[in-house]
Ligand binder design. Structure first.
Ligand code: SAH
Length: 373
């Protein structure tokens, strides 16, 4: 007697579920999904192996599965790789990709090679609603948030260039404004039977959406957390980052303090130095005073010039050294960061902007966020 063909087809009594993109399925979700279709648990391991060890981008390539099952998976759990719309490579090895989504939107991702590491900077939204004035994604507004499977698809697009060892969520968008889908994607990246990226190799960066801190602490996963601070007083910060009007510095730092207490993790503060705006010795001293009692590190970043604000300029090296000196004397661990990939349309969004301009669009939806290793 021939055994019944293995199938994940719904029975007649069950309405056909709508397709759910495969890369958005949580790693531990496959077994129950398959069980509910009468399939054995080991099929889940085969599927996970194909997805996250072999990095298949089509079910047809999974020859360990019966043909019928492959086509049913393709129907119910489609794989939707991003189209590579553009690429720029810089002399320092940084590669920036413009990736096309199903609905015609596009996002950027940056691949940053460094000694023993291959870091990918990923986007979580098309555009951004946060409106930081030195960041072009902010100036152009939010188009939409990405789904988890689209975020994973970004990481799959990087595989053609090497094995990603670190992921930083510092591309287009505010991860805490797309918390659920971002977290779903990061948990997939982190899962042992997924891409198996260590939590400490995954860094989230937020502009300070305060409710996100308690939610992240409650996850109990040791992701790295960066906070874009960029100013030591409310007046300057609100002028640079509208989010500060909703959650001013005292509230933000209270959330940071609570986060470090609950997780026993340190926070990295990003401080982009803008000439004549937040670069005075007084700013440096106030920054040191603010952070002195917090378990934290500081990354000092010289502004990367953006086309829409020619009045914002990169500070001279001497200003960066002055800041470094003040913070170090206050015993705050501080790093001077440099932007990578300047000749590859440096800041995130520039590649997309260039393409929009090329195609006659005025770039109104072009996001521009700086990506930093
Ligand atoms: N929304 C998140 C992550 C995206 S931006 C956040 O705000 O943290 C990643 C980092 O690049 C942030 O620190 C952001 O403030 C910074 N950035 C954006 N534009 C920049 C520019 N032109 N020069 C230097 N840093 C910039």
């Amino acid at each position: 007697m021939t055994p019944p063909a293995e199938s994940c087809a719904p029975d007649a009594a069950r309405p056909a579920p709508s397709p759910s993109p495969a890369w958005g399925v949580p790693v531990d979700g496959w077994k129950p999904l398959l069980a509910s279709r009468g399939l054995p648990a080991w099929r889940a391991d085969q599927i996970l192996h194909a997805l996250y060890r072999d990095f298949v981008t089509s079910w047809d390539a999974v020859t360990t599965l019966p043909k019928e099952l492959r086509s049913e998976l393709a129907r119910e759990f489609p794989l939707k790789p991003c189209a590579e719309l553009d690429r720029t490579e810089s002399a320092d090895g940084t590669v920036k990709l413009l990736l096309g989504l199903d609905d015609g939107n596009s996002v950027e991702t940056v691949l940053i090679p460094a000694a023993g590491r291959f870091t990918q900077c990923i986007s979580t939204q098309v555009g951004c609603a946060m409106g930081c004035v030195f960041c072009a994604s902010g100036s152009q507004g939010l188009v939409r948030s990405l789904r988890a499977d689209e975020i994973i698809a970004e990481t799959m697009a990087a595989r053609a260039y090497g094995t990603v060892t670190n992921v930083v969520v510092m591309g287009m968008g505010e991860p805490f404004a797309n918390y659920d889908e971002t977290m779903r994607a990061l948990k997939i990246l982190n899962a042992g039977k997924g891409p198996n990226l260590g939590a400490r190799h995954i860094t989230l960066s937020t502009c300070g959406v305060v409710p996100g801190f308690a939610r992240l602490a409650a996850e109990g996963i040791q992701f790295e957390l960066s906070v874009s601070l960029h100013a030591p007083d409310d007046e300057t910060r609100s002028a640079l980052m509208p989010v500060n009007r909703r959650w001013p510095i005292a509230e933000l730092l209270a959330a940071c303090r609570d986060y470090t207490a609950r997780t026993k993790r340190i926070i990295t503060f990003e401080y982009t130095v803008v000439k004549g705006v937040n670069d005075s010795p007084e700013c440096a001293r106030r920054l040191a005073a603010l952070l002195k009692t917090l378990p934290c590190k500081v990354n000092l970043i010289p502004l990367s010039p953006v086309g829409h604000r020619p009045d914002f300029e990169t500070p001279p090296e001497s200003t960066m050294m002055m800041f470094l000196d003040v913070l170090m004397k206050a015993r705050i661990q501080t790093m001077l960061r440099r932007s990578r990939g300047k000749d590859a349309s440096a800041a995130c969004g520039q590649l997309r902007l260039r393409n929009l301009i090329r195609s006659g669009d005025d770039g109104k939806t072009a996001p521009l966020a700086e990506c930093l290793p």
